[in-house]
Design a protein around this ligand. Structure first.
Ligand code: CDT
Length: 306
């Protein structure tokens, strides 16, 4: 089976940009992707606003202006309408308020404009308090609870689709839990800064680690991965691009070249996974869960230096 998919990378979103502006950009890229023949489009994490967890925001009203209380809401409805008109499904990342709980969320919307899946980010990186001496802050722990939906996989026609969000992509457990549900395609969005001083790493490494994680995980779990960045210099902070579609071979099939709004697309041969699933990664034949107990029994290493 062939599945034509697209990834819609976004350039920066300014703090002052409105939902209407962001949604208009998403609609334009949906149109572009559909015009090329794509049936699914992956948008970034927190695709409706600037990446607000870089700031300490104490004012509740201001903070909640970055969150959605309903999906679709008045301002996001045009995206759902456009998807239905074009017959294209999509993944969208956004900040969700559910009662008094806040999550970093993504949804899977089918080509009729119905939400068929929801995921709430589980690996919440960064800090709850601003850290002295670092010009770039990452305060997701201040604003988001750990997701409570696990890593579900959804049936979308003949394709089993899973989701994760940004930092989740660095953790092998994320993919394995979905791999064990026979996931065919994982969609994810990300906002990854360069120059995040607390890691003490050179500026070229975040892009390398992005592709390293995606490529190894697609291969080891015999699935396709569609990964969408919010890229470029947003409110003075540079974020990596490198949006891509990765094959079950571990190869990058197509990659964004810019750090701006850019659609990339690829006709995926879904049978590419079969050889691996039937042999080297035939889970039933080769996995040895009796030797993996520590993965669920322990959170950290027994010799953690921190
Ligand atoms: N959005 C997000 O999860 N970003 C993180 C930044 C890590 S630096 C604390 C990421 O893993 O890309």
């Amino acid at each position: 089976m062939k599945l034509h998919i697209a990834v819609a990378q976004m350039g920066p979103i300014a703090r002052s940009d409105t939902r209407r502006q962001a949604v208009a950009r998403l609609c334009d890229m949906l149109e572009d992707a559909a015009g090329r023949g794509a049936k699914w489009v992956t948008f970034p994490e927190l695709a409706l606003t600037t990446f607000f967890p870089r700031w300490t925001i104490d004012d509740t009203q201001e903070l909640e202006s970055f969150f959605e209380t309903e999906m679709p809401g008045k301002e996001t409805q045009p995206l759902f309408d456009r998807a239905r008109k074009l017959g294209v499904g999509f993944y969208l990342g956004y900040a969700e308020i559910a009662g008094d709980r806040r999550f970093n969320t993504s949804i899977l919307v089918d080509s009729t404009g119905n939400i068929i899946g929801k995921y709430r980010k589980i690996h919440i990186p960064g800090d709850a308090q601003s850290q002295d001496g670092y010009p770039i802050q990452h305060l997701e722990k201040r604003y988001f609870e750990v997701g409570d939906l696990g890593f579900p996989v959804f049936d979308a026609g003949d394709t089993r689709i899973g989701m994760c969000i940004c930092n989740d992509r660095r953790w092998p457990e994320t993919y394995r839990v979905m791999g064990l549900q026979a996931v065919d395609l994982i969609m994810l969005g990300y906002n990854t800064p360069t120059g995040y001083g607390r890691l003490g790493e050179p500026r070229h490494l975040p892009l390398h680690h992005n592709h390293l994680s995606l490529q190894a995980s697609a291969y080891q779990n015999t699935c396709w991965i569609a990964a969408a960045a919010k890229a470029g210099v947003e409110e003075g902070i540079h974020m990596i691009g490198g949006s891509c579609i990765v094959a079950p071979t571990g190869e990058i099939a197509v990659q964004a070249l810019s750090e701006d709004d850019e659609v990339i697309n690829y006709v995926c041969d879904m049978s590419l996974a079969d050889g691996y699933r039937g042999n080297i990664f035939h889970f039933e034949r080769h996995r040895r869960p009796e030797h993996y107990r520590a993965i669920v029994d322990r959170v950290g290493s027994s010799r953690s230096p921190f």
